[in-house]
Ligand binder design. Structure first.
Ligand code: 3HC
Length: 702
């Protein structure tokens, strides 16, 4: 059996077409770079060939270096012998013909070619910073020479994908083809036209300069977003080198910076997050041949904040969506809220007015069940109470066609119980959106016992089609994200009883990398919301650990930002939290009443108390088979709770400390604080066997 080579050379008249074939996205996996060099050498040695085209088979040009190869010690050719070097030394012109993606090493190879053309749907970019490194194939030196230092800084420091028309306007591409034109044919014609033109245009021969102030300004601009990170700053340094050093010295500088970054914790965590986000889509216990239902007629029930945000998500991704509410008044208010959310984006400059108008026009408010009876997917997002949701589910079951799927946006209710009021429990699942639903990326898909594989696959796919990262969760109290987070929420209040202040805890968590501290987040969300859940749990469980300080604030009407006071005090019209001596006094008073000994805490104490509590609960979730993988929990923390991405996620971070050390600390706190710190069975087993959290084998999904 002959294997298709990963790179092959075909002749089309006097043009040598070099084709990369490394599915699914033509990453520069084993043999690809060598293959390109071999084909180039052959083509240059062949007197019948006058110019070459470099093109990708399948869905992309080249998506970049093989990320799995980073950090493995894989040997790379030295400077001067890499594809990039061989390409720009080629005595015959090479045309990069781009479709799909030219990212990272893909765009770097294209920039080392003499010409670049693309189809209009192609995207190019240097996203290395998103995996904690910098473009290491000459990208930091060639891109500024092509587009100028300022535009290069923007692209390299953000890592964003640039659509072909913008890339042409910037100067990255020489030509964008008219829609529908065949790329290979057009590239061959282009190459024929350029075959005899000398000297060859080489990006390395250009020069670029910039004022030092540009780089200082960029460092300032990213200071908040990039805190604790090194890669964005290394990107700036490398572009600065392009403006101050000769090309080869700039390349050497790029290499030195790349070497510094590749094996740093930041890059390891970001690589892990990249693969965890792809793994989370896989449902290993379901048959692999199940197709997601290709829904066309979504409807959302409930025009409140969540329902509105969910409808916006559908509209943002091109779906016409109906939004139903019982009263015209509620619908009017809901549509007004949606309009105002879009208008804010237009005001900020992140959405064009014309695009806002199109999105709004896709959202159709309707008052009755009759108006949605042809919907094929319904997401119910009404008030979070079983007695409110049940009659709605029963009614939906009556009016909808027999094949329609019924999803409930709930963060806590038992999905088996809700499914049981319908005659189609196989077509029911939970879809837990995070708030605000049009912004937050996480969609937790909750799996009731009777849901069919197609229902689950469809719910997961629905999330992806509207821009979410879908993650499967078992039907357990709080599901996976909130259940794993709950002990953190309790522990942060218990710390206050022992002598911490909200501002101290918040400072530690912001230093760690959260965009906001957890107490400030509580004030934003509303403290009354958590109080409801605590009441429900305390009623159900006599051993439930009460949080008297939090309860006291709610009793006093301190609900957070909306009442001008919560964990912090707020000045009218301002969202800045100010530490409040009144809160400090309440904390002291409650602690004295409870007779809790007062201590001082280091930053590490605080961080570990909050996060270890959640690690222990995450282990329980895995041992009960409520999640597929530890990395799914990490994805939930990254996209549901703002956990700093460059730390990988809760479990990856805990692996950095070591499973044994985590276990020992939790066991010690078990002695000191009692049952709420009892180590989970899985945690103990992992510690005994020395298995990393991310390699834990959860129980079969239940
Ligand atoms: N290396 C290894 N595997 C890769 C990869 C890469 N660069 N890019 C994608 N893959 C894998 C994914 O893991 C996935 O594998 P799976 O099917 O086993 O889960 C498969 O290819 C398909 O990927 P997606 O599911 O992400 O496919 P999409 O069509 O949704 O997205 C994409 C395509 C936009 C290309 C996206 O995969 C992506 O962003 N890839 C990473 C691009 C990147 O970061 N490139 C730079 C690499 S670093 C570099 O080039 C260094 C250089 O400067 C020296």
């Amino acid at each position: 059996m002959s294997e298709t080579p990963v790179v092959r050379l075909e002749k089309q008249g006097p043009i040598g077409v070099i084709i990369v074939n490394y599915p699914p996205v033509n990453a520069l996996g084993p043999g690809v770079s060598d293959g390109i060099i071999d084909c180039l050498n052959q083509a240059n040695a062949d007197p019948a060939i006058t110019a070459m085209v470099l093109i990708g088979d399948g869905r992309s040009f080249i998506a970049g270096a093989d990320i799995r190869g980073f950090g493995t010690g894989r040997k790379r050719p030295p400077l001067g012998e890499r594809t990039y070097d061989v390409l720009d030394r080629s005595p015959k012109p090479v045309v990069a013909a781009i479709h799909g993606y030219a990212l990272g090493g893909g765009l770097e190879n294209a920039m080392a070619c003499h010409y670049r053309i693309a189809v209009p749907s192609a995207k190019v970019g240097l996203p290395e910073v998103l995996i904690g490194i910098l473009p290491g194939g000459g990208g930091t030196q060639r891109l500024p020479r092509l587009v100028g230092a300022e535009a290069a800084l923007d692209l390299i420091v953000s890592g964003r994908h640039v659509p072909a028309p913008e890339a042409k306007a910037l100067g990255i591409l020489d030509e964008v083809l008219p829609a529908g034109e065949n790329l290979r044919d057009a590239a061959v014609i282009f190459a024929l036209k350029m075959a005899d033109i000398r000297p060859l245009p080489r990006v390395r021969d250009r020069t670029v300069t910039a004022e030092p102030a540009l780089f200082e300004a960029k460092r300032k601009q990213i200071a908040r977003r990039a805190r604790n990170q090194r890669a964005p700053y290394a990107c700036i340094e490398a572009v600065e080198a392009a403006c101050t050093l000769p090309f080869d010295e700039g390349l050497a500088r790029e290499q030195a910076l790349f070497a510094e970054l590749e094996n740093a914790d930041e890059a390891k965590a970001l690589r892990y997050a990249f693969f965890a986000e792809r793994e989370v889509a896989k449902l290993p216990d379901l048959p692999t041949d199940i197709q997601a239902y290709d829904f066309r007629k979504p409807a959302v029930i409930g025009a409140g904040t969540m329902g509105g945000g969910i409808a916006m998500s559908f509209a943002d991704f091109g779906y016409d969506v109906k939004i139903m509410d019982a009263s015209q008044d509620a619908l009017d208010r809901g549509m007004a809220r949606i309009r105002s959310n879009y208008a804010t984006s237009v005001k900020r400059g992140s959405l064009a007015q014309a695009e806002m108008d199109q999105r709004l026009a896709r959202i159709h408010p309707v008052p009755g069940y009759d108006d949605i009876k042809d919907a094929d997917i319904v997401v119910e997002a009404v008030f979070e109470r079983m007695d409110v949701k049940k009659p709605i589910f029963a009614r939906l079951d009556e009016v909808l066609g027999p094949d329609a799927f019924l999803f409930s946006n709930t963060s806590a209710l038992d999905m088996d119980e809700l499914a049981s009021v319908t005659r189609r429990p196989d077509k029911v699942a939970g879809t837990h959106f995070f708030s605000p639903a049009n912004v937050m990326k996480l969609l937790e898909v909750v799996r009731p016992a009777k849901a069919s594989p197609q229902t689950l696959v469809t719910a997961m796919a629905m999330g992806r089609r509207i821009g979410k990262i879908s993650a499967m969760a078992g039907n357990t109290d709080g599901f996976v994200a909130n259940r794993s987070r709950a002990p953190f929420n309790s522990e942060m209040v218990i710390l206050l009883e022992e002598g911490c202040l909200p501002e101290q805890v918040d400072r530690v968590m912001v230093d760690f990398g959260y965009p906001m501290g957890p107490f400030a987040v509580g004030d934003l969300a509303g403290l009354d919301i958590g109080a409801e859940g605590r009441k429900r749990r305390a009623a159900a469980n006599p051993n439930y650990r009460k949080l008297p300080i939090a309860d006291k604030l709610v009793e006093m009407g301190r609900y957070g930002q909306k009442t001008g006071a919560g964990w912090y005090r707020y000045e009218t019209g301002d969202r800045t939290p100010h530490p409040d001596p009144e809160v400090a006094a309440i904390i002291k008073q409650v602690a004295a009443e409870m007779g809790v000994a007062q201590k001082t805490f280091t930053d590490t104490d605080i961080l570990q108390r909050l996060l270890f509590a959640s690690v222990n609960e995450a282990c329980r979730i895995l041992e009960e088979g409520k999640a597929y993988r530890a990395s799914d929990i990490d994805v939930m923390w990254l996209h549901g709770f703002g956990f700093p991405r460059y730390r990988g996620g809760l479990m990856f971070w805990a692996d950095g400390i070591g499973v044994r050390a985590v276990y020992n600390q939790i066991a010690a706190w078990h002695q000191e604080y009692g049952d709420r710190w009892a180590p989970s069975r899985l945690l103990r087993d992992l510690a005994e066997s020395g298995t990393a959290f991310r390699d834990a084998k959860p129980a079969p999904f239940a």
